[in-house]
Ligand binder design. Structure first.
Ligand code: PLP
Length: 359
């Protein structure tokens, strides 16, 4: 099954970056025209990091299912269909399941998603259900779910579409290409939240491949940020009961740990932990000062940059920084309402409202 894109200006990441991807003419393009997300200049947060800092947000919440996972999923599902698969399976903190469910629906195949019971944000659960995934809430955490789907996909005819699937990383690396294409070169630093560590691995692959192809002549330093209660890479040991309100990065034993460590080592990178309070502060600033509503995990990259700035890291540096904002704020409406003041109540009268507003 091949999708006719016709006169579409943006054909999706596979078609646009085909020469960097393991696809042929025969590979079906299972696409929702993901990618091509905006690189938004920061107006408030960036200037506060340091006088010489130019900060851009790579706003991945504007993908078809509202997270960066779509870049990898278009590849994973297209290759699964090329190989004749009839069913995908994944473990998920929510966004992978939303994306797997959408792209599997698009391909006309079944999807099965295992999620940790009680720890998936409302919008993500709604997506998996709406797209028609067989949705199984497991009494366990993400790491348990991942172990289960690995075992099942080893022995039964279902294709694993977690970021252990190499095609996921191939698709996700296109975000680094877009950053270079839009900026006219790589940034000096690239900041992002780290959970299962697939995305930091993918960006690093993308930056390396562009340099090897001679399109760019250098690579950025990678800055990874984990939540304090779920910071295995920072601590150098797995975390048995990871805890953070940033559920998308509530992971104690990242599948791409080794690769992420290599990306940090090779890029002279930095990985740090940030507290949930710092994540929520950055989350609120992004929405109220930049007009960009993200889910809590996405704000970890901004909390991390603020922490580095407070330590003097950006003092005297002229630099370009890109921060990936991984998912949309509407994914987790419960959290948004919980941390905001209640709406004010008023009778349906002009006078009353004018008085409230002090006009
Ligand atoms: C998946 C996800 C992450 C973490 O990405 P990894 O590749 O697992 O490190 C961060 N934020 C959001 C919104 C996500 O969906």
């Amino acid at each position: 099954m091949s999708v006719e894109v016709g006169a579409q200006a943006w054909p999706g990441v596979i078609e646009h970056y085909a020469r960097f991807l393991p696809v042929s003419e025969a590979t079906p393009r299972i696409t929702l025209l993901e990618g091509n997300t905006p690189l938004i200049p920061s107006v408030k947060v960036g200037p506060r990091l340091g006088v010489g800092v130019r900060l851009f947000f790579k706003y991945e919440g504007l993908n078809p299912t509202a997270s960066f996972k779509d870049r990898g999923m278009t590849m994973a599902v297209s290759k699964a269909v090329e190989e004749g698969a009839e069913c995908t399976i994944c473990a998920s903190t929510g966004n992978t399941s939303a994306s797997a469910a959408a792209y599997s629906a698009r391909a006309g195949i079944q999807s099965v998603v295992l999620i940790p019971h009680g720890y998936v944000a409302l919008g993500k659960l709604a997506q998996a259900l709406a797209y028609g995934a067989r949705t199984i809430a497991v009494d366990g955490d993400f790491d348990d779910c991942l172990r289960l789907v690995r075992d099942i996909s080893d022995s039964y005819p279902v294709v694993l579409v977690n970021s252990l699937n190499p095609y996921r990383l191939e698709g996700q690396k296109t975000a680094a290409f877009e950053v270079c294409d839009w900026l006219g070169g790589p940034p000096d630093f690239h900041a992002l939240p780290v959970g299962n560590a697939g995305n930091i691995t993918s960006y690093w692959m993308g930056y390396c491949e562009y340099r090897e192809a001679g399109i760019t002549d250098r690579r950025p330093r990678m800055l990874g940020f984990q939540a304090k209660g779920a910071a295995p890479i920072v601590l150098g040991r797995r975390v048995d009961r990871p805890e953070t309100l940033a559920t998308a990065i509530r992971i104690g034993n990242p599948a791409r740990w080794k690769e992420a460590q290599a990306a940090l080592d090779e890029s002279d990178g930095i990985i740090r932990a940030v507290s949930d309070d710092a994540i929520i502060e950055a989350y609120q600033e992004l929405a109220s000062e930049e007009g960009i509503f993200v889910e809590p995990a996405s704000a970890a990259s901004i909390a991390g940059l603020k922490r580095l700035a407070a330590e003097g890291f950006f003092e005297g540096r002229e630099c370009t920084v890109v921060a990936t904002l991984t998912g949309h704020g509407l994914k987790d409406p419960d959290r948004a309402i919980e941390v905001a003041p209640e709406p004010e109540r008023a009778p349906a009268q002009v006078d009353a409202i004018v008085e409230m507003l002090g006009l």
